[in-house]
Design a binder for this molecule. Structure first.
Ligand SMILES: [Zn+2]
Length: 336
C-alpha cells in the first residue's frame, strides 16, 4: 500500500482524553521530589504541531547534569533535537542498552479538561492530570529516576546505558527515531537491546512487550451524484459511505466480541475506529440542509497485530469498506 504522509493532528484530538497517572506515597520523600521533577517535565508544552523542544531539551540536560550523565544534543532534522545521555558501563566493549523515549505529545483541547493539560495538577488522591503523563513522559522520567536510584545505591552497570529522548514520534517519527536509527551516531552506540514505549504501570510490575500493533490510518471516500434533499436516490455519496460505515461497524463488533468473550486478548485482534466524518455543503449558517452532497468521507484508525492477515485486511478495505462498485476510493494517510 502506498503511504502518503499526511498528518491529521485534529484527528488525534478525538481519541485522546485525560491521562491519569496514579502515584502512591506522594507526600513522602524522595517520592515528592520525583513527582516534582515529573510535573516539571509535564509542564513543558511539547504538543504537536509546535512542540517546545528547546525547553524539553534544557530540562533533560539539567536532569543529566544532576545525575552526572554524559550528554549530547544533536539535530538530524532542523529544530528536532535528540538528547542522548550516556552512563558508561564497566565493559564498554559489550553491546549497550538503549532506553528510548519521545518528548512530543499529541494535541489537546484544554477547555475540555478538568485541569489544564500542561498544569500537571496533582490532586489529593495522587492523580496527576497532564497531556503526556502516560504517553510517554512517565517512561522517560522512569528511566532517569531508576538511574538516580541505582546510582545512589552505588550500582555501576557492566554495559553502557544510553538514554535517547527524540522528537516527532506523534507525527510518525520520520525526523526523530527514523533518522536516528539510520545515523552513524546510532550505529556507533553498538546497541544490543532497546527499551521503547510501553504501558505505564500503577504498581511495581513493569510489563514488557516484544511486539506492537501497526497503525493504518486511512480515509475512505464516496462519490455520487448530488441530489435534492427531498428525494430518495440510489448511489448517493452519503448512502455509499453509510454502507461502508455499517460494514466497518460490524467488523469492529466481531473483533471486540472475541475480546469480550475472553477468546482473544486486546492485542490479538484488529481494532478499527471511525475517527472523523466529513461531508456536507457548507452554508453561511452551517450546512445546506436540502442538498445531498456529492462527496463524503470517513477517517479510520485501524490497528493491526503482527499476527493478523494483512492481505485479507487490504482486501476487506478494497472490497467492503471502499469498493469501486460503490464509487468509493481509499487513501492511506499513514502506516506506522
Ligand atoms: Zn508515544
Amino acid at each position: 500500500m502506498k503511504t502518503k504522509l499526511i498528518l491529521h493532528y485534529h484527528l488525534l484530538q478525538i481519541f485522546f482524553f485525560l491521562y491519569l497517572l496514579h502515584f502512591t506515597n506522594s507526600s513522602q520523600d524522595p517520592s515528592s521530589a520525583i513527582i516534582s521533577r515529573f510535573q516539571e517535565y509535564l509542564q513543558i508544552n511539547t504538543s504537536q504541531p509546535s512542540p517546545d523542544y528547546k525547553k524539553a531539551t534544557a530540562f533533560l540536560l539539567s536532569q543529566a547534569q544532576s545525575l552526572s550523565l554524559e550528554s549530547q544534543t544533536f539535530e538530524l532534522a532542523k529544530n528536532k533535537p535528540i538528547v542522548l545521555l550516556k552512563w558508561p558501563g564497566s565493559n564498554p566493549h559489550l553491546p549497550s542498552i538503549l532506553l528510548y523515549s519521545h518528548t512530543d505529545v499529541v494535541p489537546s483541547e484544554p477547555e475540555k479538561w478538568s485541569h489544564h493539560p500542561f498544569g500537571a495538577h496533582l490532586d489529593s488522591e495522587g492523580n496527576i492530570f497532564a497531556r503526556g503523563s502516560q504517553d510517554m513522559k512517565c517512561v522517560g522520567m522512569q528511566y532517569l529516576e531508576a538511574i538516580r536510584k541505582l546510582k545512589a545505591g552505588g550500582f555501576q552497570p557492566v554495559r553502557t546505558v544510553y538514554l535517547a529522548f527524540a522528537a516527532d514520534e506523534e507525527i510518525g517519527g520520520h525526523d526523530g527515531a527514523e533518522k536516528f536509527a539510520e545515523s552513524d551516531i546510532f550505529k556507533n552506540l553498538n546497541v544490543g537491546i532497546v527499551l521503547d514505549e510501553g504501558l505505564p504501570s500503577p504498581n511495581e510490575n513493569y510489563r514488557a512487550f516484544y511486539a506492537e500493533k501497526g497503525a493504518w490510518w486511512l480515509a475512505i471516500k464516496a462519490k455520487g451524484a448530488p441530489g435534492h434533499g427531498a428525494k430518495l436516490y440510489d448511489n448517493s455519496a452519503m448512502e455509499n459511505l453509510y454502507k461502508s460505515i455499517e460494514s466497518v461497524r460490524r467488523f469492529r463488533a466481531s473483533q471486540f466480541d472475541l475480546v469480550k468473550a475472553g477468546l482473544k486478548g486486546e492485542g490479538e485482534v484488529i481494532s478499527v475506529n471511525i475517527v472523523y466524518l466529513k461531508a456536507g455543503t457548507p452554508s453561511p449558517t452551517g450546512f445546506v440542509m436540502n442538498l445531498q452532497p456529492s462527496e463524503a468521507e470517513a477517517g479510520l484508525d485501524i490497528r493491526v497485530p503482527p499476527t493478523a492477515d494483512a492481505e485479507a485486511l487490504e482486501r476487506r478495505i478494497a472490497e467492503e469498506w471502499a469498493p469501486a462498485s460503490r464509487n468509493m476510493t481509499f487513501e492511506v494517510l499513514i502506516i506506522l
